[in-house]
Design a protein around this ligand. Structure first.
Ligand code: NAD
Length: 295
């Protein structure tokens, strides 16, 4: 069994980006600038955004955090989005989800300029991704593909079962795994909450990508010997014995399932760090595309 070490690979990617940014600086070019908009004080969102901004600083990007109060109106947020769209210094930005209930998430995501949508959530970018066109692939599926690529995990002709059909993970990764390419060329089954006999499907899978958010959902008796496991789930389980009051766990019963697996991602330290690295990669791509457009 080999661990797909997302932490290690994400550090490699960040080092590669750091070198590119240093070269940009040497050439006297503007370095990539990522902005993040956070509305409210959701604990997990604060952690995610904080680590995105810290990562930017480490690799030499400019970064801006726009932290708005919980009671920000939809109109005010849309104005902020409009300002970011029109700010030539910003190469890419993200609006951290979830947004408070009084704000229409879809409306906000639709207002983001697709050329700055480094999260790849805008329908233009999602559509381009589905049509194999150059675009911003959203960071988590992009990170999974990069991890499979760097570990040279064979995906061609394999049966991949994706659990979860969210727009940010399950749906896009199911498309990417079925596309022509390497990784890719996989035969994909997309399972979700209405799927019947999930175990029958996962038992046939060469690769299982689990993105549902239920701790220890995927058990040893649901997978076959030699399976590759990508655990996307991140759940905070309350635990008073921990300093933070919780611990982080994935969707997979790691102890037992890892004994049967050829490859497996740990949680934490698997897909999570890859997500941040690929957001940075998308921001670098945005900068490069903006340069090309100008010249
Ligand atoms: P979501 O919460 O939007 O949706 C969950 C999906 O799971 C749904 O499509 C639903 O149909 C499916 N599902 C629920 N119960 C099921 C069941 N019993 N059997 C089969 N399918 C079932 O999903 P999401 O936003 O993709 O998040 C999923 C998990 O991934 C969460 O734990 C989230 O925190 C995590 N996540 C991690 C990263 C990362 O960077 N590692 C990024 C995004 C999300």
């Amino acid at each position: 069994m080999e661990i797909l070490d997302g932490k290690k690979v994400s550090n490699q990617i960040k080092e590669e980006i750091t070198v590119e940014v240093a070269q940009m600086k040497e050439r006297g070019e503007k370095v990539p600038h990522l902005a993040a908009v956070l509305v409210g004080n959701d604990g997990a969102s604060l952690t995610y955004v904080g680590s995105k901004v810290r990562s930017c600083k480490k690799i030499g990007f400019d970064s801006t955090l726009i932290h708005l109060p919980e009671e920000t109106t939809e109109e005010e947020l849309l104005e902020q989005v409009h300002n970011l769209n029109n700010d030539p210094d910003i190469d890419g930005y993200i609006v951290q989800l979830p947004l408070p209930n009084h704000i229409d998430e879809e409306k906000v995501l639709m207002a983001v300029d697709p050329d700055k949508d480094v999260d790849g959530f805008h329908p233009t970018n999602f559509g381009k991704m589905a049509l194999d066109m150059e675009t911003f692939i959203s960071a988590t599926p992009f990170g999974i593909m990069e991890l499979l690529k760097r570990y040279k995990v064979e995906t061609e002709g394999k049966h991949t079962v994706v659990i979860g059909r969210s727009h940010i993970v399950g749906r896009p990764i199911s498309i990417l795994m079925s596309q022509k390419g390497n990784p890719g060329n996989s035969t994909v089954t997309l399972a979700h909450s209405r799927t019947k006999n999930l175990k029958e499907l996962t038992l046939q899978a060469d690769i299982v990508i689990s993105a549902l958010g239920v701790p220890k959902f995927l058990k040893e008796d649901m997978v076959k010997e030699g399976v590759t496991i990508i655990d996307v789930g991140i759940t905070r389980v309350p635990d008073d014995s921990k300093e933070k009051g919780y611990y982080i766990t994935g969707d997979v019963d790691y102890e037992a399932v890892s004994k049967k697996a050829s490859y497996i991602t740990p949680v934490p330290g698997g897909v999570g760090p890859m997500t941040i690295a690929m957001l940075l990669k998308n921001t670098l791509l945005a900068r490069e595309r903006h340069n090309t457009k100008k010249s």
